[in-house]
Design a protein around this ligand. Structure first.
Ligand code: CLF
Ligand code: SF4
Length: 521
C-alpha cells in the first residue's frame, strides 16, 4: 500500500521518548489550530500552558483534519452523500450540484443509502488507515434528511467506533436535533453562518422552507439567523465542538463577517472558517449568473487576519465535495464508487488501523520537533519582515511534489515567529503527460504571485525561468524535507540577505483564487 511507504522511518530516537500529546499541544498553541481552554473557548495562539487545556477537547481535535491544521497534513476525512434534500436556498448554490457550504459545486455526487454509506466507510477505513473522520455534509443539508443522516451515523458508530463523526448544516433545523446529535455520538458540528443581520441575509438567502411553507425575504433571513444562534448555543451547552463556516461574498457580507466572528465566538464556537465564494457562471447559481465575484487572495487573508485576534481561524479548508475521500487537498473518491465498494471483501481491522496511526504519530512528532529545533536561533532575531512562500506537497508535511504535478500549492507566512499555514491555491496541472502546458503557466504564477518563493521536489528549466522572471524563487533544495523546518531555514537565509543588503525586499502583488469545480485527477 503506497500510504505505508510514506510514513515509515521518520521518528527520531529523542522524539520517541517525549510525551507526544504535550508536543502536539504546544505546536497547536503556536498555530491556532484547535486547542481549548476553559469553557470550550478557543485558546490557540495564546500563552495558555498545555496543562491548562481541556484534555477531552484535545482528544477530539488532535486527529481531526479540519479542526487541527497541523493534523491535516497527516489524517484524512471522508464524506458520504446520504442527504440530498435541503430546506433553504443559498444564492451560491445550484441544487443540481453539491452543497456549496461544505462541497464544491460542479461535481455531482453519487447518492447513497445509509447501508451503502456504511459499507463505503468500512472500505475506505480499511484502505486508508489514517482516515479518522466521517462527515455528512450534503449534497443537501444533513438535518433536512434526519432519518438517513442518523441511521448512517448509527451504523458506522456500531461498526467502527474509532471513527469520529462529524456533520455540517445550514442550522435551520439544528435546534430540533441537538439531543439526537449527542445521542448518536456526533462530536463535531459545523454551522454555515454567513450573517447575523437579516438585512445582509436577505441578499444571500432568497427563501427558506419553514413550518411547511416557503418564507422569503428579510423574514426568511431573520428566522434562519435566530435558529443558527440558538443551535450554536445549544451545541455549546451540550459540549459538542462547533465550527462555523462563512462564505466571504465581496460587497455583501465581507465587512459584516467581522461581526459574525464576534457573535459566534461569544456563543462558544471553537473555530471559524472563512471561505472564498465560488461563483463560476457555469455552475448556474444566482451569484454566478449575476456576475458576483469572489474575493482575491489578499482580501481573504486580510479578513482572516483581522478576525484572528478574536478566535482561532481555519485556513486550510478545501471546500470539499459531499463525497470527498482522502487527505484535505486530495480526492480519492473515484477509487470508492458504489460499484467498486459493493464488490470489495472488507475486513475491518481496528488493531491494524491503530498500529498504522501510531506510525503516523511518529512522523507527525518528528515534523513538529524538526521545526522547533530550527526555530531555536530565530527567536532572537528582531524584524517585522513577513513573506509568503508556496509549497508543492502530496501531504505528510513534506516538500514532496513536482512543480508540474501540483494541483494545489500550500501557502505559508514566514516571519521571526516562524512559519504559519495561511492558505492554499488550487491550480491547473502544468505537466500534461510529459510536457509543460505553456498556457497554464501564467495562471499558476498568478495563483502564487504573492509569494517570494515556491518549494518543489523537482522543476524543469522552462518553468524555473518563468518563475524567476516573475520574481518568484524556485527552490528545489528542500526536496522531500519537512516543509516547516525548510521554511524556517529559508526565512533565516532570506532575512540575513535582506539585512546584508544582498536582497532588497519589495512587497509582492495580489494573487488569484481559482474559480471553478475541482475535478479529481
Ligand atoms: Fe467534513 Fe466538514 Fe466534518 Fe471536515 S469538511 S463535515 S468539518 S469532516 Fe473540512 Fe472540507 Fe472545509 Fe468542511 S476541509 S469543507 S471544513
Ligand atoms: Fe445549497 Fe447547502 Fe445552501 Fe442548501 S445549505 S442551498 S444545499 S449551499
Amino acid at each position: 500500500m503506497d500510504n505505508q511507504a510514506s510514513v515509515v522511518g521518520t521518528g527520531s530516537d529523542q522524539s520517541l521518548h517525549l510525551n507526544l500529546d504535550q508536543i502536539l499541544q504546544q505546536a497547536a498553541e503556536h498555530k491556532g489550530c484547535g486547542t481549548s481552554s476553559e469553557g470550550g473557548k478557543a485558546s490557540c495562539g495564546s500563552s495558555t500552558a498545555p496543562e491548562d487545556m481541556d484534555p477531552a477537547v484535545w482528544e477530539k481535535v488532535k486527529n481531526h483534519p479540519c479542526y487541527s491544521e497541523e493534523a491535516h497534513h497527516h489524517y484524512a476525512r471522508m464524506h458520504v452523500a446520504v442527504a440530498p434534500a435541503c430546506n433553504i436556498q443559498c444564492n451560491y448554490c445550484n441544487r443540481k450540484y453539491d452543497c456549496a457550504n461544505e462541497s464544491r459545486p460542479g461535481v455531482v455526487s453519487e447518492k447513497l443509502t445509509p447501508e451503502q454509506a456504511s459499507k463505503k466507510v468500512l472500505a475506505v477505513a480499511s484502505t486508508i488507515p489514517q482516515m479518522t473522520v466521517l462527515g455528512i455534509a450534503g449534497p443537501g443539508d444533513p438535518l433536512a434528511n434526519p432519518a438517513k443522516t442518523f441511521k448512517t451515523f448509527d451504523l458506522i458508530y456500531n461498526a467502527a467506533p474509532d471513527i469520529k463523526l462529524c456533520l455540517s448544516t445550514n442550522g435551520l433545523a439544528l435546534p430540533d436535533h441537538v439531543e439526537t446529535i449527542k445521542k448518536y455520538n456526533v462530536d463535531h458540528v459545523t454551522i454555515t453562518i454567513n450573517m447575523v443581520d437579516p438585512e445582509v441575509g436577505q441578499h444571500i438567502y432568497p427563501w427558506i422552507f419553514w413550518k411547511n411553507k416557503r418564507v422569503t425575504g428579510i423574514e426568511a433571513a431573520r428566522i434562519l439567523h435566530e435558529r443558527q444562534m440558538l443551535g450554536l448555543e445549544m451545541l455549546t451547552a451540550a459540549g459538542i465542538l462547533c465550527k462555523v463556516n462563512s462564505v466571504m461574498i465581496p460587497g455583501i457580507n465581507d465587512k459584516h463577517l467581522v461581526e459574525v466572528n464576534r457573535a459566534v465566538k461569544s456563543r462558544g464556537a471553537f473555530l471559524h472558517n472563512i471561505m472564498p465564494l465560488i461563483s463560476a457562471p457555469e455552475h448556474g447559481t444566482v451569484f454566478g449568473l449575476n456576475g458576483q465575484r469572489g474575493p482575491t487572495a489578499q482580501e481573504l487573508k486580510a479578513l482572516q487576519d483581522s478576525c484572528e485576534g478574536e478566535m482561532n481561524m481555519m485556513r486550510h479548508c478545501r471546500q470539499c465535495r459531499a463525497d470527498a475521500v482522502g487527505l484535505l487537498g486530495e480526492d480519492r473518491s473515484s477509487e470508492f464508487s458504489t460499484e467498486k465498494v459493493m464488490e470489495m471483501d472488507i475486513q475491518y481491522d481496528a488493531e491494524g488501523r491503530k498500529a498504522y496511526q501510531q506510525q503516523v504519530e511518529q512522523e507527525r512528532q518528528a515534523t513538529v520537533l524538526a521545526k522547533q529545533a530550527e526555530m531555536a536561533d530565530l527567536e532572537a532575531e528582531f524584524s517585522d519582515l513577513k513573506v509568503l512562500i508556496a509549497v508543492a506537497t502530496k501531504g505528510h508535511g513534506r516538500v514532496n511534489e513536482h512543480f508540474g504535478h501540483a494541483q494545489e500549492f500550500q501557502i505559508y507566512e514566514l516571519s521571526t515567529q516562524g512559519s504559519k499555514f495561511v492558505g492554499h491555491r488550487r491550480v491547473d496541472l502544468y505537466c500534461q503527460g510529459g510536457y509543460g502546458e505553456e498556457d497554464t503557466l501564467p495562471t499558476v504564477i498568478r495563483a502564487i504571485n504573492d509569494c517570494v518563493a515556491v518549494f518543489v521536489a523537482k522543476i524543469g528549466g522552462c518553468p524555473k525561468d518563468s518563475l524567476k522572471a516573475a520574481g518568484i524563487d524556485p527552490v528545489d533544495k528542500y526536496a522531500h524535507e519537512f516543509i516547516e523546518q525548510s521554511a524556517v531555514k529559508y526565512f533565516k537565509e532570506y532575512l540575513a540577505k535582506v539585512k546584508s543588503g544582498e536582497v532588497v525586499h519589495a512587497a509582492r502583488g495580489d494573487a488569484d483564487i481559482r474559480q471553478g469545480a475541482y475535478i479529481a485527477a
